[in-house]
Design a protein around this ligand. Structure first.
Ligand SMILES: Nc1ncnc2c1ncn2[C@@H]1O[C@H](COP(=O)(O)OP(=O)(O)OP(=O)(O)O)[C@@H](O)[C@H]1O
Length: 337
C-alpha cells in the first residue's frame, strides 16, 4: 500500500434497514490522499461519500476493507492520531445562546487546548469581530466557519470536511473556498467532499470520484480533465446543414445542435475553418470545448446535471441534508452514531 495521509482499500459497507431492506452503500472503494493535497471527494447524493468518511472516522463499522489515517489503522488506532485530525462530517450543533467565543473556549478546555488558541482560530475563519455574538444570530455560513474553527483548535495536519458548502449562498461558498485555500497554503492536508463540482474544481488539486459506492476515477484534477479532452470544438455558421454536410464529407465527427455544431477529435481547429472556408461557408465562431469536472462526472456516471447555481450533479437542492435517508442500521445498533 502506498503511504498517504488517508489510505482506503476495498472498503465495503452494506446497511440493512427495516423499511428498505439491504442497501450496499460502499462497494470495494479505494481512496488515497497524500500530504499537502486539497483532495476533492466527489459523487452524487447517495453515492457513499458520507458512509466512507464515517467508516474512516469510526462512526460506522465497515464490513470489509483496510483504512489508515496518518499511518494509524482506522478505526482501531484512531485515538493515537485524533489530536492531529479535524473532521466535520455531520452538521455540528451549537448551543445558540453561547457566543462563538464561549463555544470555542469550552471546546478548547474540554480538549486540553490552550484558551489562547480561540482568538487565533476565530481570526483564521474570519469570525474575529463576531466572536462575542450569540451563535443563534449567526448565518449558516458563519456556523459552518465556527465548525471549522472548532476543528482547527488542535492545529490538525488533516482536515476532513463533508459537504462544507451545503446550504451556503454564493458569498458563503466563496468564504469557505478562501478558508480552505488558506488552510492548504499553511500546509494542512484537506479532504473535502461535495457534489458541487465547480467548487471542487476551484479549490482542489486532486480528486476522487465515487459512484454507486465505487471509485470511478482519481488523480490530479488537471490529469483527470485532460483524460476527458476529446478535442471538441463548437462551430457557429449561418448555414448549419451545409456545414455539417461538408465536415462529415471531410471525415470529421460532427454533432448537430439547434444553433451550432460540435466537431470532435480535431486537435487543430484550422482543419474545420479550412474545410468550410474552401467551400464558401464562413465560420462565425470556433471555440475549443474543454472538459470541466461536471462534464467528466456526467460522462463517468451518467448522472444528469440540473440547471441553476451552483451546478449540481444530481437533483438535490444545496440546502437538503442527508437526514431523510438515515435509517436504523440493524447490524450496528449501539455503534452507529
Ligand atoms: N444509516 C443508514 N441506514 C440505511 N441506509 C443508509 C444509512 N446511511 C447511508 N445509507 C444509504 O447508503 C447509501 C450511501 O449514502 P451516503 O450518505 O454515504 O451517500 P453520500 O454520497 O454521502 O450522499 P449525500 O451526498 O446525500 O450525503 C445511500 O443509498 C443511503 O441511503
Amino acid at each position: 500500500m502506498t503511504s498517504g495521509v488517508i489510505e482506503i482499500e476495498g472498503l465495503r459497507k452494506t446497511f440493512h434497514s427495516l423499511r428498505r431492506g439491504r442497501r450496499v452503500a460502499v462497494d470495494g472503494f479505494d481512496l488515497l490522499v497524500e500530504a499537502g493535497q486539497v483532495h476533492g471527494f466527489l459523487g452524487p447524493n447517495g453515492s457513499g461519500k458520507t458512509t466512507t468518511l464515517r467508516a474512516l472516522l469510526g462512526l460506522v463499522r465497515a464490513d470489509d476493507g483496510r483504512m489508515r489515517v496518518l499511518g494509524a489503522t482506522a478505526p482501531e488506532q484512531l485515538p493515537q492520531v485524533a489530536g492531529r485530525v479535524g473532521a466535520i462530517v455531520e452538521s455540528p450543533q451549537f448551543y445558540g445562546n453561547f457566543t462563538g467565543y464561549r463555544t470555542l473556549r469550552l471546546l478548547a478546555l474540554a480538549g486540553g487546548v490552550p484558551v489562547s488558541r480561540v482568538d487565533e482560530v476565530l481570526e483564521q475563519v474570519g469570525l474575529a469581530d463576531r466572536g462575542d455574538e450569540r451563535v443563534k444570530g449567526y448565518s449558516l455560513g458563519m456556523k459552518q466557519r465556527l465548525a471549522v474553527a472548532s476543528a482547527l483548535l488542535k492545529r490538525p495536519e488533516l482536515l476532513i470536511l463533508d459537504e462544507p458548502a451545503n446550504g451556503l449562498d454564493p458569498a458563503g461558498i466563496r468564504e469557505m473556498r478562501d478558508l480552505v485555500r488558506a488552510l492548504a497554503a499553511n500546509g494542512v492536508t484537506v479532504l473535502v467532499s461535495s457534489h458541487i463540482l465547480a467548487e471542487i474544481q476551484l479549490i482542489c488539486d486532486h480528486v476522487t470520484i465515487i459512484s454507486g459506492g465505487r471509485r470511478v476515477t482519481a488523480g490530479p484534477v488537471t490529469e483527470v480533465l485532460a483524460g476527458f479532452d476529446h478535442n471538441e470544438h463548437l462551430v457557429r455558421v449561418d448555414d448549419l446543414a451545409r456545414a455539417e454536410e461538408l465536415l462529415l464529407a471531410a471525415g470529421l465527427t460532427v454533432t448537430g445542435h439547434a444553433d451550432h455544431l460540435v466537431v470532435s477529435g480535431v486537435p487543430d481547429p484550422t482543419e474545420v475553418s479550412r474545410t468550410l472556408g474552401e467551400q464558401g461557408v464562413w465560420v462565425r465562431e470556433l471555440t475549443p470545448l474543454r472538459p470541466d469536472l461536471e462534464s467528466v462526472f456526467l460522462e463517468l456516471t451518467g448522472a444528469p446535471a440540473h440547471p441553476g447555481v451552483p451546478r449540481q450533479v444530481d437533483g438535490s437542492t444545496p440546502t437538503g441534508g442527508p437526514a431523510a435517508d438515515q435509517e436504523i442500521d440493524l447490524g450496528m445498533r449501539g455503534v452507529d452514531a
